[in-house]
Design a protein around this ligand. Structure first.
Ligand SMILES: CC(C)(COP(=O)(O)OP(=O)(O)OC[C@H]1O[C@@H](n2cnc3c(N)ncnc32)[C@H](O)[C@@H]1OP(=O)(O)O)[C@@H](O)C(=O)NCCC(=O)NCCS
Length: 172
């Protein structure tokens, strides 16, 4: 895991520890309606996943959770509560490094069609769109009915957009 880092900035990144789980559950519930997250037809209890927290004065200001499986690492959730100071990028970088160390070849995630800000953010980080799963949110709503109909900018939430970043393993 990435050691806590503090490089001349106003937040620190630390791995989510067992006693952070309750704080993670609260953040996930506030941000996503529940700690249950659906991605490609699979339900995650995201507060129980590994992750990293961004901290300022002992207050969580960002959270990323991820799942490593079969040589791939999925970013399951990402939230920044103090935007545009580098927290999102620092959290993704911590996961990217962990995934590389674990030998993963692929870092990937799902976002939805309404989230144009996230699509911009991830592509600027280096992710590419791998697939558009049209109308897949209808299936996800069967597993998580609390997914709203309208998302950012009142755009109907409909499609799951899969983004990926191919990783170099540390041996390369
Ligand atoms: C997407 C999200 C995680 C980005 O988090 P963030 O902390 O704002 O991310 P960063 O600060 O690293 O980068 C955001 C922008 O700020 C810029 N930035 C970073 N540090 C900066 C600084 N010190 N001064 C000015 N700009 C800065 C970045 O260059 C980036 O700009 P860009 O959009 O033009 O590329 C955040 O907006 C969020 O939580 N959104 C809601 C949840 C969500 O959509 N999650 C992802 C979907 S799964």
């Amino acid at each position: 895991m990435c050691p806590m880092s503090k490089i001349n900035r106003t937040f620190e990144i630390k791995p989510v520890a067992a006693d952070d789980r309750e704080r993670a559950r609260i953040i996930l519930t506030e941000e996503w309606g529940s700690a249950r997250v659906v991605s490609r037809g699979k339900i995650y209890q995201a507060d129980m996943l590994p992750g990293f927290m961004a901290m300022t004065d002992n207050v969580p200001v960002g959270l990323v959770t991820f799942n490593i499986e079969a040589g791939s690492c999925e970013i399951v959730t990402l939230n920044s509560r103090r935007e545009r100071i580098g927290i999102g990028a620092a959290l993704i970088e911590a996961v990217r490094r962990t995934a590389s160390e674990a030998g993963c070849r692929r870092l990937w995630l799902i976002t939805t069609n309404d989230n144009t800000h996230a699509l911009r953010f991830y592509q600027r980080f280096g992710f590419v769109i791998k697939a558009v799963h049209a109308n897949a949110v209808a299936e996800s709503r069967k597993l998580k009915p609390e997914i709203p109909i309208l998302g950012y900018d009142n755009i109907p939430i409909r499609d799951e957009i899969e983004l990926e970043l191919i990783l170099q393993t540390l041996a390369e």
